[in-house]
Design a protein around this ligand. Structure first.
Ligand SMILES: C[S@@+](CC[C@H](N)C(=O)[O-])C[C@H]1O[C@@H](n2cnc3c(N)ncnc32)[C@H](O)[C@@H]1O
Ligand SMILES: *[C@@H]1O[C@H](CO)[C@@H](O)[C@H](O)[C@H]1NC(C)=O
Ligand SMILES: *[C@@H]1O[C@H](CO)[C@@H](O)[C@H](O)[C@H]1NC(C)=O
Ligand SMILES: *[C@@H]1O[C@H](CO)[C@@H](O)[C@H](O)[C@H]1NC(C)=O
Ligand SMILES: CC(=O)N[C@H]1CO[C@H](CO)[C@@H](O)[C@@H]1O
Length: 774
């Protein structure tokens, strides 16, 4: 393999040149020089010089390319075998993570306590086997047998010495070709290619051979390697992949890296990764770049047998569309289920499309959990979110929802996902709804909820609390890779690998300083700091009685906070409202005098709801974290206990859709939803447009008779209530906020409405009345 040092310089330089405005690029450049200098001083020894010789000069000394691959490898590795590990430690990134991911997935996928058979193809000196033993799982306890396959005799020799030195009894070195080697077992549970697929000229054969050896029911195959993917190469296959986000490498880097590595017969062409993605179902696919190394693109990929199992497709469609799962039909012969009334999910469309072309199903089909419903990760619809969620927490009170809706296990609920706190709260109810659909167009809201779901499924309450109660944890990446990843989708994993370590960093500001809602927290902190109220606010958050709380508020905080200056500058400012609180201008228009609105919100809270112990919404906003006795239901000891049940956990009923509400509603079987909680989002609609009527009709179609829509709004009677009534609903204000009163613990909305779908016969009466009008 080639050229760490020069890669640093050239990579850093190229990046610098292409990206002059980006000051970080400069830092990266400086860093890479520092790294190179460090590297030099550490290894300014024989090993380093041999490495430089073998990688930069020797390729030019012998003009002849051996016909024999083994001979070529020997020529390259013979002189470096002894120093191989030291020189590659820096360049070959992602190997630790890949091994941990591969093991955690293989383990999760095998029956409890079963030992694994592992083949490391192109295993070189056996360093990965040592890494596995030291950092992931003891070889003697967790593996029946481990095979290292490598064609280079001198590297195999180093590997043999390592095995002898470590005294491993179940590790076997096979000095042979990746395309033809044999093992005594019929199948392997885990097969890894670590920076080797890019060096195998006959990679099709090697991959086909691996496929034959992989346990078809539970085997996991993994590759970590360099590779330069191009978006134009993915056309027509994007349905299958997962890991499309951040995949594209601009042409100049694509070309540069390919040529650079080719000198050492390392091939970065995209087709190797694509062939894996064609032969296997993609479970995880992560695109990585290391700035320090000049952003050489590498990837970590995990796959499983792609299973030509049509039942799988239908099961997923039924889970997504609420349609009954009866007898599966062969989609190659018949078009999807004959019944016109059974709508088809986007997942089924994508899967059938792939099946016709002989491609694996979309990545989401191969996940352990059915939570996340298939979505097109490359759709332009999400671009506006800039790969970030808006809500790190949910700003509506689920206790009030529960009281108003009386949910039971007969209900099927559809709700806006947001940060998931409320759909999780419905799941903790004594008799939780049989199915809860969360809908959100922003994929990152889904990623956040997946993290919560995976954590509820695998972590204890202590770690759960650190993650979401305090928003900080020491070893986030380790927990993510070894515990949570097998329960998450590929996209959610990639998102959290990239953003998690910073978001949860114990020396940072924590999870609740992420998303756009962080502006609300920052605003609070800022306003209190400049008005000298920080101390009073922390007293407020500790107040033990309502009287104490009222006193602090009335005497010190209220007068300053609601002074016209602060009010005008911040709270009344439209740009600020949008940035900090996510209030769009259509909604702001409904709120009337904003300052009065804020007074109406806050005064009653202070008077009626103890922030220190019974109002986690404001406690979080003021302190940036929760308390064990003042937190969303999924975090409380009791709620956690219910949700983390190993059997029959209410989490099984949760589905996360990443799409427009209308698209989801239209593809649900008619009359299958009994409750829709759509929060305040209708306030965002333009009163002149048709969007509101479209959505009301879609709700009407998906709701069963007597089904209810619950909504909150910034107005006492929003304009669109009339539209509901004209379209077959009976509407009632379930709560209206008058000055000085509190309707829920958030109290941000002026009213809460329940619109009930009328039985069909009243519909008919309605339409005759309407006809009479004409
Ligand atoms: C860059 S090294 C990676 C070594 C090790 N897996 C690691 O991650 O450090 C690539 C390895 O692939 C091996 N290799 C290349 N072609 C091969 C083939 N056809 N069959 C088996 N091994 C091969 C080379 O001998 C070399 O050890
Ligand atoms: C990038 O590579 C350097 C050098 O090997 C390593 O120290 C660093 O941790 C890597 N960064 C990331 C984010 O993986
Ligand atoms: C390896 O096996 C041992 C013994 O069965 C077990 O205690 C340990 O948890 C396993 N390691 C991992 C990482 O699963
Ligand atoms: C909900 O249940 C409560 C108590 O069980 C009852 O008083 C109330 O009428 C119910 N509301 C609805 C809408 O069913
Ligand atoms: C035994 C087992 O759990 N097998 C599963 C391994 O993982 C793949 C993909 O997630 C599933 O399709 C298998 O059923």
């Amino acid at each position: 393999m080639s050229t760490a040092l020069a890669n640093d310089f050239v990579g850093g330089f190229l990046q610098h040149a292409a990206d002059v405005k980006d000051t970080l690029g400069e830092t990266a450049h400086i860093k890479s020089i520092a790294l190179a200098v460090g590297f030099l001083s550490t290894f300014a020894s024989k090993s380093f010089l041999v490495f430089i010789w073998a990688c930069f000069f020797k390729p030019f000394t012998s003009s002849k390319v051996h016909e024999d691959h083994q001979n070529n490898l020997e020529t390259f590795y013979k002189t470096q075998a002894k120093f191989y590990d030291t020189t590659r430690e820096i360049l070959l990134q992602g190997r630790d993570e890949a091994l941990k991911l591969a093991f955690s997935h293989a383990k999760a996928n095998s029956s409890r306590g079963k030992k694994l058979v592992w083949i490391d193809i192109g295993g070189g000196t056996g360093l990965n086997i040592e890494k596995m033993d030291k950092r992931v799982a003891k070889l003697s306890e967790n593996f029946t047998a481990v095979y290292l396959v490598d064609l280079s005799t001198s590297l195999c020799e180093v590997a043999r010495e390592r095995v002898a030195k470590q005294g491993w009894t179940n590790v076997h070195i096979i000095c042979g070709d990746a395309c033809t080697f044999e093992i005594p077992e019929e199948h392997a549970d885990l097969i890894t290619f670590s920076y080797s697929l890019s060096m195998i000229p006959l990679y099709h054969s090697a991959v086909d051979h691996a496929e034959k050896l992989l346990n078809p029911d539970s085997g996991i195959i993994c590759s970590v390697d360099f590779g330069v993917q191009s978006e134009s190469n993915s056309i027509g296959r994007t349905n299958t992949l997962g890991g499309m986000v951040n995949r594209h490498v601009p042409w100049i880097f694509r070309t540069f890296w390919r040529i650079w590595f080719e000198c050492d017969k390392v091939f970065l062409d995209p087709s190797r990764r694509e062939y894996l993605e064609y032969k296997f179902g993609t479970v995880k696919s992560v695109n990585c770049y290391n700035r320090t190394l000049g952003k050489i693109p590498y990837y970590i990929w995990l796959g499983v047998n792609k299973q030509e199992d049509y039942q799988l497709v239908y099961r997923f469609n039924c889970l997504a569309t609420e349609s009954p799962y009866l007898a599966p039909v062969d989609p190659k012969k018949n078009q999807p289920a004959g019944n016109e009334d059974t709508p088809v999910s986007k997942a089924l469309e994508a899967a059938l499309d792939n099946a016709k072309k002989g491609l694996p199903y979309p990545s989401l089909f191969y996940q352990r959990q059915a939570w996340r419903v298939y979505y097109d990760e490359l759709s332009d619809d999400y671009e506006c979110f800039k790969n970030q969620y808006i809500y790190a927490f949910t700003w509506e009170d689920p206790r009030e929802d529960a009281a108003l809706l009386n949910l039971t296990s007969r209900d099927t609920v559809l709700a806006i996902t947001s940060a998931g706190d409320n759909i999780l709260s419905y799941a903790t109810l004594p008799d939780p709804p049989k199915r809860i659909h969360g809908v959100d167009l922003n994929p990152c809201q889904g990623h956040l909820v997946e993290l919560k779901l995976a954590a509820l499924t695998t972590l204890g309450h202590d770690d759960m609390w650190k993650l979401f109660g305090e928003g900080k944890i020491e070893n986030f990446e380790e927990i993510l890779i070894t515990k949570l990843a097998p329960h998450m989708s590929s996209n959610a994993l990639q998102y959290w690998l990239a953003k998690g370590p910073k978001a949860f960093d114990p020396s940072g500001k924590g999870l609740y300083d992420t998303g756009s809602t962080r502006w609300a927290l920052r605003l609070a902190r800022f306003v209190f700091a400049i008005s000298g109220l920080s101390k009073k606010v922390s007293e407020l958050c500790k107040a033990k009685t309502l009287n104490e709380q009222r006193e602090i508020w009335k005497e010190s905080i209220r007068p300053v906070l609601l002074s016209t200056l602060v009010g005008k500058l911040l709270v009344g400012n439209k740009v600020f409202l949008w940035k900090a609180l996510g209030v769009p201008s259509n909604q702001a228009a409904m709120m009337g005098d904003i300052l009065q609105y804020v007074i109406d919100t806050l005064d009653p809270i202070i008077g009626n709801s103890l922030i220190s112990s019974d109002n986690y919404f404001y406690y979080l906003t003021l302190t940036g974290r929760y308390r064990p006795t003042n937190c969303p239901d999924y975090l409380s000891k009791q709620g956690f206990k219910v949700l983390s049940r190993k059997q029959n956990s209410p989490l099984e009923g949760i589905r996360l859709h990443t799409d427009y509400l209308n698209n989801v509603l239209r593809r649900l079987s008619k009359k299958t939803i009994s409750v829709a909680v759509i929060m305040d989002h209708m306030d965002w609609f333009d009163p002149e447009g048709d969007d509101v009527n479209d959505e009301i009709d879609a709700l009407h179609g998906a709701l069963c008779e007597g089904g209810r829509v619950m909504l909150r709004t910034a107005s006492k009677k929003p304009w669109y209530i009339n539209n509901f009534e004209q379209r077959g609903f009976k509407c009632e204000a379930a709560a209206t906020r008058y000055s000085g009163q509190m309707i829920d613990r958030v109290n941000m909305y002026a009213s809460t409405w329940i619109c009930t779908k009328k039985p069909a016969f009243t519909d008919r009466k309605m339409s005759t009345i309407e006809l009479d009008k004409f």
